[in-house]
Ligand binder design. Structure first.
Ligand code: R2B
Ligand code: URA
Length: 304
């Protein structure tokens, strides 16, 4: 049976784990935070937006950018990493926003999300919106386009996240919030300098063979087979490919968080495998989801 999204009453995060209540302390090991060592409600109780992305440096740059966008005092250059006691993930707080890195791939994003969702629960946060801002490979779209995900699908184009639990495959749905997609798309209309579109996002377990690349250390298929697969993905509605969206959508959805995925495409996979754009071009591309999400948060806060 597939478990699906349920938004919880009162806007609280919904923890679906009966064992958690019985624990007298919860150590959020990979975040270097805990319920006995930190006053989580005081530190995080008023958080309303959480943005997550792969790289610690990018999430720091996003926090500094948001400091300016929200018109906060100071230059934002001295933002402290709340998870400085560990080098697994980095976390920055800017007004009502948390900016957190999640590393690459499903195992990494999943560990971070378990601990982040428990953090939001312990802190008694309400009405939190969470957005993944990332990079991806495009499918039949111009490099530099921003894709807002309407459906996260696996490498067989199915909207599901499969995980082995106690030796059984547990299948979870990957619904994302349709209203958020529309809100983000509306915000993109005010940013004409790059194309933004809505489409399905394919999430894979690997960057190379798993995404049909011919340039890994191993490759077991021909160029014809690769293109046939990518074209089938395109026909199924896939417009970009990355490595976290199904797990992100499943975990956030089941815990009652309204979630969205906004990724820039670094290349068109129908044209090649290697990412050859210059450092400067890639830097500018990576700012595009940040600019769109900044416009969205400003609009939500009435700062337009
Ligand atoms: C996008 O980019 C990373 C791989 O380069 C991966 O984390 C992803 O989803
Ligand atoms: N990230 C991915 O996962 N795939 C790409 O092709 C580019 C970025």
């Amino acid at each position: 049976m597939t478990e699906t999204t349920r938004y919880s009453g009162g806007g609280f995060v919904h923890i679906k784990n009966p064992h958690l209540e019985a624990m007298d302390e919860d150590v959020l090991y990979h975040l270097d935070l805990g319920t006995k060592t930190h006053d989580l409600p005081a530190m995080f109780g008023d958080v309303k937006f959480v943005c997550v992305g792969g790289s610690p440096n990018r999430m720091r740059a996003f926090a500094q950018f948001m400091h300016k966008e929200l018109g906060l005092e100071g230059d934002g250059e001295d933002l402290a990493d709340i998870c400085a006691g560990t080098d697994r993930y980095a976390m920055y707080r800017v007004g009502p926003l948390l900016s957190i890195s999640h590393g690459m791939g499903i195992p990494s994003v999943s560990i971070m999300l378990h601990e982040l969702i428990k953090l939001l629960h312990h802190a008694k946060c309400r009405d939190v919106t969470i957005i993944r801002i990332g990079t991806s490979g495009g499918l039949g779209v111009q490099a530099g386009s921003v894709v807002i995900t309407d459906r996260a699908v696996d490498a067989c184009f199915q909207p599901r996240f499969e995980q082995v639990v106690l030796g059984d495959v547990v299948v979870r749905g990957t619904d994302l919030d349709g209203g958020l997609v529309e809100e983000l798309l509306a915000c993109s209309k005010a940013i004409p300098d790059f194309p933004t579109l809505v489409g399905h996002t394919m999430c894979t377990y690997d960057f190379y063979e798993g995404q049909g690349r011919l340039d890994g250390a191993l490759c077991s298929f021909s160029n014809e087979k690769k293109l046939e697969y990518l074209k089938r993905a395109h026909d199924a509605g896939v417009r970009n490919i990355e490595m976290e969206s199904t797990a992100f959508a499943a975990l956030c959805g089941l815990c009652g968080l309204r979630a969205a995925v906004v990724c820039v495409t670094l290349l068109d996979r129908l044209e090649g495998d290697q990412i050859r754009a210059s450092h400067e071009v890639l830097q500018e591309y990576q700012q595009r989801p940040q600019r769109l999400v900044a416009a969205f948060i400003r609009r939500r806060l009435g700062l337009r």
